[in-house]
Design a protein around this ligand. Structure first.
Ligand SMILES: *[C@@H]1O[C@H](CO)[C@@H](O)[C@H](O)[C@H]1NC(C)=O
Ligand SMILES: *[C@@H]1O[C@H](CO)[C@@H](O)[C@H](O)[C@H]1NC(C)=O
Ligand SMILES: *[C@@H]1O[C@H](CO)[C@@H](O)[C@H](O)[C@H]1NC(C)=O
Ligand SMILES: *[C@@H]1O[C@H](CO)[C@@H](O)[C@H](O)[C@H]1NC(C)=O
Ligand SMILES: *[C@@H]1O[C@H](CO)[C@@H](O)[C@H](O)[C@H]1NC(C)=O
Ligand SMILES: *[C@@H]1O[C@H](CO)[C@@H](O)[C@H](O)[C@H]1NC(C)=O
Length: 931
């Protein structure tokens, strides 16, 4: 079978051999039956190759019948020691993820050799024994949608290989051919428990090409193909043509809607026609093949000529033969409908719809797809970034599961960092997807939908030894691997693990969102989000904790573990009394307003400072990829022509504010009630930031703008012209000799030390230069400059110097090496100490930031997760400060503590999942608002 290949592999030795090659190749091709000998009568017992091939066309893909009798994995790396994991709580993946077992797991020969209780005497001293100490063990995470390797990180122009734009129908492209083995993400994603990914081509084309399943670990061969899991035989033309071996699953990417339309200036109608034309072509080839085979099978082999085959279309023919898992990027009802029609017209099944933001609105449509209903692969809360995802909902996973669909969570790495695919499952669980299905969505079910459920996605005897030992329940926020095994090989060297309380081993308690999920359906995905104003006098009962702001910090003013809880009384959104019933429920406190009071039972919840979002254009855009819904971008003063009419004026973000955006309102409901935003920009720029209420309806409403001008913002970047040193030179000039016009006035304020300068940059080299520049200007002017670095992926490398210079930083809670200038991240547990922890150790003021507007609502998760990642070095107060007072301090926002919003949050157990926000106490607006 593999002769042809061997010839190629050795084809560079002697001249004789070179001459032999064409001949050997011909023989090999003959043996494969590609060309037939014209007058050859086979012996009676011999089955002609072509008949074997015809028979294999009809074979269903999958593992060979004796697969589970294997004694060793085909991926076993010799020298790998057997391992016994003792005393584990094992989530096996069986019974829809409801099967949990306490016991041991034995790994050997790349396989799981035992689960539960068994003898290991035969291993003697060979066995590495790990005591899991009762911790959770799950199968390795399986990502159904990744561009790992094809879109490697840090991104460099030389290695962007996930989309061909040579046409919209390209079934012959193969993601394997672009798989870079040096992506920093392999190790990072493994550190989040990811062991297998389906690497799909990008979504620029209607048919972007074939996809491949890889395991993420390093191999001794260091080649892309050695990373593949059960590659289809077509990859090196080693097709067995042997009906005793079933073919392996193949995988393909399709996309509909905006992406293929925009790349090819086409419309949805063009794209659907392109699909139909391609499938029609494949259908004709299949028909010719079937006719050929039926003739061959009735004995007429001689005069048939060549087997009808076309390398460009063979993979699409295999789709029609049901041998390919087709994964389709498709969002809206209009596109889902088109593809469901296509699947019925050409009779091929769809493995999964991806992104799929309107699938939860159209279950009946999806059930009509050819064959069986597709699985649905989703992001948890990443939505509204384009029109197609405008109706995306956090409740989609639970609604789809309720309708009987297989729900998968996916990363689309590097769109989301697949290291945190578990977080997607945790959020789906938080918003109502049952626990068993949330874990299945990234393990057993994703493995099944890939056609790999016979070997990965479960902890079962005979399955691949891919598993994760977690430091806590895998659905608990911040769950981190203590160890990850791939093919039985431990992947983490001396992992950094934070101490977690024992309560983190239990399934986390989450809020009930039944009402919100129903409203989302009732309103076609756009439920009303605006808050409702409540009574002037509010009484919160059964309150367990009260935190407030106090001179630039957060402090606890009340805490009880008593079952009755405490009482908080507020009037016009201001705290009036905090304490027990006998202290607060008195005539002196309540006055004569008893008729107008409203009592809310917080059931053990808390009152705490509202959070503040920064980093994305929150309040400047409704739908990121729709220019007509956005404020737009400022001019780049160094590379664009700025119209004279602007003179020396400076842009203020406050003038571009758009209220009532869904992302702002979602943030408000999550207790993130302030947004601080700088003007949107590409490269070097300058402009004035602003602070606003995310719950306000318009600029004229009282309390809508908190501070018109907050700080002066600029950015130093590598991806733009002119040079970084030119950008620094410009900044130096602006600060030392401020120009005429209004811009100059603001730069003067910075050099005088009365206005904060925020520089968005990541590189430690640029940050170091900025510290030098700061000192230079301070010396020249005799002032102290207020400088803040935002982004700051590499700031931890200079923690000591930042601390000394009193320069604070705003950082992403989970850094990622997106580009070269930000590649030296501190990835945090289990790979390193967290960056925040390193910075705080040097007294650097740290705030958390986001990159895209949909993330604003998730800040409470970021705050809680960061507090877990810093291994107990921050108290609850300091953790809240990371997402509130610190952010404001670093961005020049002055808020009087008594005027700042507080949120009333329901109880959510000990897991640190943020409780559901019941209401916002807003002294500035003079009200309490409810949802
Ligand atoms: C898993 O759940 C699905 C739908 O919820 C159901 O159709 C299926 O039978 C279940 N399978 C098992 C093994 O319980
Ligand atoms: C060709 O690929 C198959 C997997 O599909 C593999 O088993 C075989 O070893 C490969 N042949 C060569 C020569 O690499
Ligand atoms: C976390 O803190 C505990 C207790 O202070 C310490 O024993 C452990 O080594 C710390 N872990 C890391 C990774 O620093
Ligand atoms: C209620 O609080 C007041 C003031 O803090 C305290 O003196 C009193 O003992 C408390 N009463 C109860 C029943 O706990
Ligand atoms: C207060 O809330 C806790 C936690 O939800 C609950 O266990 C307790 O029964 C509640 N107490 C009252 C008096 O409602
Ligand atoms: C941080 O600040 C504290 C309190 O002011 C001080 O004791 C400590 O030495 C400082 N640490 C560093 C690394 O500067």
């Amino acid at each position: 079978m593999e002769k042809g290949y061997v010839v190629f592999a050795r084809a560079n030795q002697s001249r004789v051999q070179r001459l032999l090659i064409p001949l050997l190749l011909l023989i090999a091709l003959l043996s494969l039956g590609i060309f037939k000998l014209p007058h050859h009568s086979p012996p009676a017992s011999y089955e002609p190759a072509i008949l074997k091939h015809c028979r294999s066309l009809k074979q269903a893909p999958g593992p060979p019948p004796n697969f589970h009798k294997r004694k060793q994995s085909d991926r076993f790396a010799s020298g790998t020691k057997p391992t016994l994991i003792k005393n584990a709580k094992i989530w096996t993946g069986r019974n829809n993820g409801t099967h949990i077992l306490h016991g041991d797991i034995l790994l050997d020969k790349g396989l799981i050799m035992g689960v539960g209780h068994f003898g290991t005497a035969s291993y003697g001293n060979d066995l590495t024994v790990i005591n899991a100490g009762g911790r959770w063990v799950s199968p390795g995470i399986v990502d159904i949608h990744s561009h790992l390797g094809d879109a490697p990180s840090p991104a460099l122009d030389g290695a962007e290989d996930d989309n061909s734009i040579k046409g919209t129908i390209l079934p012959w492209m193969r993601s394997l051919d672009g798989l870079n083995t040096h992506d920093d993400s392999y190790a990072l994603s493994i550190s989040g428990g990811v062991t297998t990914s389906l690497v799909l081509p990008g979504s620029a084309d209607a048919i972007g090409g074939q996809a491949y399943v890889i395991k993420l670990r390093k191999t001794t061969e260091r080649s892309p193909s050695s990373m593949l899991l059960e590659p289809p035989y077509q990859i090196n033309a080693s097709d067995p043509w042997d009906s005793s071996i079933p073919p392996r699953w193949r995988h393909m990417k399709h996309a509909c809607g905006e992406n293929p339309s925009s790349v090819y200036s086409a419309t949805r109608m063009d794209t659907m026609w392109a699909f139909r034309q391609a499938y029609n072509k494949a259908k004709h080839i299949m028909k010719q093949q079937d006719e050929y085979c039926s003739k061959a099978e009735t004995g007429n082999i001689r005069d048939l000529g060549d087997f009808p085959e076309d390398l460009q279309w063979e993979s699409l023919v295999d789709v029609l033969r049901g041998k390919v898992k087709v994964n389709i990027h498709c969002y809206e009802a209009v596109d889902l409908g088109g593809v469901v029609r296509l699947s019925n017209e050409f009779q091929f099944p769809i493995a999964a719809f991806h992104h799929a933001s309107e699938t939860y609105l159209t279950p009946e449509l999806l059930k009509r797809a050819y064959g069986k209903p597709p699985a649905i692969a989703l992001f948890a809360t990443n939505a509204r970034y384009k029109r197609e995802s405008y109706r995306g909902s956090e409740f989609a996973p639970r609604i789809l599961a309720e309708n009987g669909f297989t729900v998968l969570m996916k990363s689309d790495h590097p769109v989301l960092d697949s290291r945190h695919l578990l977080y997607e499952a945790q959020q789906a669980y938080y918003y109502g997807l049952p626990e068993n299905l949330a874990l299945a969505a990234i393990t057993s079910n994703s493995a099944e939908i890939m056609g790999m459920g016979h070997r990965i996605g479960y902890i079962k005897k005979g399955w691949d030894a891919d598993l994760v030992i977690w430091d806590s329940h895998p659905l608990a926020l911040g769950a981190t691997p203590v160890q990850v095994f791939i093919d039985g090989i431990p992947q983490l060297q001396s992992p950094y693990v934070s101490d977690k309380p024992p309560t983190f081993q239990k399934s986390p308690k989450v809020p009930n969102f039944d009402k919100e999920a129903q409203l989302t359906l009732d309103y076609d995905g756009l439920p009303p989000l605006n808050p409702v104003k409540a009574a002037k006098l509010m009484i919160f009962t059964n309150v367990s904790n009260v935190f407030v702001r106090s001179s630039g910090t957060v402090k606890s003013i009340y805490s009880t573990t008593a079952r009755v809880g405490g009482v908080v009384v507020s009037r016009n959104g201001r705290l009036l009394c905090t304490g027990n019933q006998s202290a607060c429920l008195t005539d002196a406190v309540l006055g004569s307003e008893v008729d107008y009071q409203l009592v809310v039972d917080l059931k053990g919840g808390s009152i705490e400072p509202a959070l503040t979002s920064y980093g994305a254009p929150l309040g400047l855009e409704h739908i990121n990829q729709e220019p007509s819904t956005n404020d737009g971008f400022v001019f780049e003063p160094l590379s664009q022509h700025i119209p004279k009419i602007l003179g020396g004026s400076i842009v203020r973000a406050v003038d571009g504010l758009l209220f009532d955006t869904r992302d702002s309102l979602y943030a408000y409901r999550a207790g993130v009630t302030t947004g601080i935003t700088a003007p949107s920009h590409y490269g070097f720029f300058f402009g004035l930031g602003t602070a606003f209420s995310t719950g306000a309806s318009h600029r004229l409403e009282s309390g809508s703008v908190l501070q018109e001008v907050t700080a002066l913002h600029t950015a130093i970047g590598f991806d733009d012209t002119p040079s970084v040193s030119t950008q620094i030179a410009t900044l130096r000039k602006l600060l030392i000799t401020p120009p005429q016009g209004s811009a100059g006035i603001w730069f003067k304020k910075v050099s005088e030390g009365s206005l904060t300068l925020v520089v968005e940059t990541h590189s430690a080299d640029v940050i170091a230069t900025l510290l030098v520049l700061k000192a230079e200007i301070e010396t020249a002017k005799g002032t102290t400059i207020k400088l803040t670095i935002s982004g700051a992926n590499e700031a931890h490398l200079l923690a000591e110097y930042l601390g000394e210079a009193n320069v604070g930083v705003l950082v992403y809670p989970r850094p990622f090496p997106t580009t070269w200038d930000r590649r030296r991240i501190a990835p945090g547990p289990p790979l390193s100490l967290n960056a925040v922890q390193q910075l705080i150790a040097h007294n650097v003021t740290v705030g958390l930031m986001i990159a895209e507007v949909w993330e604003a609502r998730n800040l409470p998760f970021d705050v809680a997760w960061t507090s877990l990642d810093v291994n107990g070095t921050l108290g609850k107060e300091e953790a809240i400060a990371l997402g509130s007072v610190n952010v404001e301090k670093l961005l020049g926002v002055k808020v009087e503590a008594q005027d700042a919003d507080l949120v009333a949050r329901g109880y959510s157990g000990d897991s640190l999942f943020p409780g559901k926000v019941v209401g916002v106490l807003s002294p500035r607006k003079g009200v309490v608002e409810f949802f």
